[in-house]
Design a protein around this ligand. Structure first.
Ligand SMILES: [Mn+2]
Length: 418
């Protein structure tokens, strides 16, 4: 008996938005490649562990696409291997909530090859397997005790037992901070032979739990964002009575090359320094694309301090030119959010603007504007951060409150609004 285990196809994902059409294509193509590989292998069961779709609302043609691919999988498996495949699907957090999710669109009374788990249907059972499928829940720590164990107790013994989850597994996956999770210890209490999990996008290798169960995460099918890297793909598992299961990884090569690089300085530098390093990074990435014969996206994260000027002084026209020149360079995103501004040297005393005079159209409110302006300047001179030149939120709050109070006490009906 052969299984295919996959998850996190995120069909319809459009981020980064500036290259959304490439991204939608890449995720669809990854699913098609996975389906090709599954047809090739000739499997009996496909375990799809959540996040088939990227979001609850999606374009109708993508629903049609997924439906057609699953149908192709079932039909071709029958034609080529004479096997009647079962495709078992659970809901991921991206698919939507229990009461309303994308999986409703692919359910079809005539699609006997497809079984979608939901609140009413926690268990799939035939003469060879018993499968408990639990979609995504925020309260992951309650899944095993409140859903999985009762469902299994009700079913009792019956063939190979499989648990499907869309949840992080602490002790096996790298769980991001503050994210809900189930633990390896909890899962070791569950009397099953296999536990297949989606949600974590990085591939996990088969792990044997002390209960004897095999735990397995296939990861996402495509590069979900700049933080991810290959390998992407799915697991095939051969399960034969009397021998250990055999696991085989099938790689699905990402459609585009996607990389994040850092440009960083330990000390303050002028905008031109960053500009050169950014160009260098893009040039290097172009070289990679050329070697790989692939199109790709690059994200450049810039951090450090500016010795003068502003982030906007980093001239990116060279980057834009390279993008125009090289059709392989689909997208370059330069992020200067973490760049520190130069130490504040504002020429307070040189700007001799009479604020009250400048705002004289506001009538006697101009005097109040002038007063507030003086207060803010004073506060900045006394308390501004040396790093950013700004006030801290707690320093700012009383000033904002005073501003609001002064505004509220007035009505500007007669002023300027048409
Ligand atoms: Mn996902």
């Amino acid at each position: 008996m052969r299984f295919a285990v996959l998850a996190d196809a995120h069909i319809g994902r459009r981020i980064p938005l500036s290259v959304s059409q490439y991204r939608v294509e890449a995720f669809s193509r990854a699913l098609s490649k996975a389906v090709d590989a599954i047809i090739e292998a000739g499997v009996d069961y496909v375990f799809f562990c959540g996040d088939l779709f990227e979001r609850r609302t999606l374009r109708p043609h993508l629903v049609g696409f997924v439906h057609d691919e699953l149908y192709r999988l079932a039909r071709e498996t029958m034609v080529r291997h004479g096997r009647e495949v079962r495709i078992l699907v659970i809901r991921g957090n991206h698919d939507g909530r229990p009461a309303s999710n994308t999986l409703d669109y692919i359910k079809h009374p005539l699609a006997r090859y497809l079984f979608v788990f939901d609140e009413e249907r926690r268990v799939y059972r035939d003469r060879r397997v018993t499968v408990v499928g639990v979609g995504y829940y925020d309260q992951a720590d309650r899944i095993v005790g409140e859903i999985v164990k009762p469902a299994l107790e009700e079913e009792g013994e019956g063939g190979i037992r499989v648990l499907m989850l869309h949840a992080f597994v602490k002790g096996y996956n790298d769980v991001p901070p503050n994210a809900p999770y189930v633990t390896v210890d909890e899962l070791s209490e569950v009397p099953v032979d296999f536990i297949f999990t989606g949600h974590h996008h990085r591939r996990g290798k088969p792990k044997r739990l002390r209960s004897g169960a095999w735990l397995l995460t296939p990861g996402s099918l495509e590069l979900y964002d700049f933080g991810e890297e290959p390998p992407k793909g799915l697991w095939l598992v051969d399960v034969d009575e009397g021998s250990e299961p055999q696991f085989r990884w099938v790689e699905v090569e990402p459609m585009h090359h996607m990389r994040q690089v850092r440009v960083k300085s330990e000390r303050r530098r002028p905008p031109s320094w960053y500009q050169e390093r950014i160009l260098e990074a893009v040039r290097e990435f172009r070289g990679e694309l050329e070697r790989l014969g692939k199109e790709g996206y690059l994200r450049v994260v810039v951090s450090g301090g500016l010795s003068e000027g502003f982030p906007a002084d980093i001239d990116l026209s060279g980057v834009e030119e390279m993008c125009r020149e090289d059709p392989r360079l689909l997208y370059v995103d330069v992020d200067t959010m973490d760049l520190e501004l130069p130490r504040l040297r504002l020429p307070y005393e040189r700007e001799r603007i009479d604020v009250a005079e400048f705002f004289k159209d506001f009538g006697d409110f101009a005097q109040e504007i002038s007063e507030m302006h003086a207060k803010v300047r004073e506060a900045l001179e006394e308390g501004a951060s040396v790093q950013t030149g700004l006030l801290s939120p707690s320093q700012r709050r009383p000033l904002i409150e005073e501003w609001l109070k002064r505004f509220r006490e007035r009505s500007f009906r007669e002023v300027g609004v048409e």
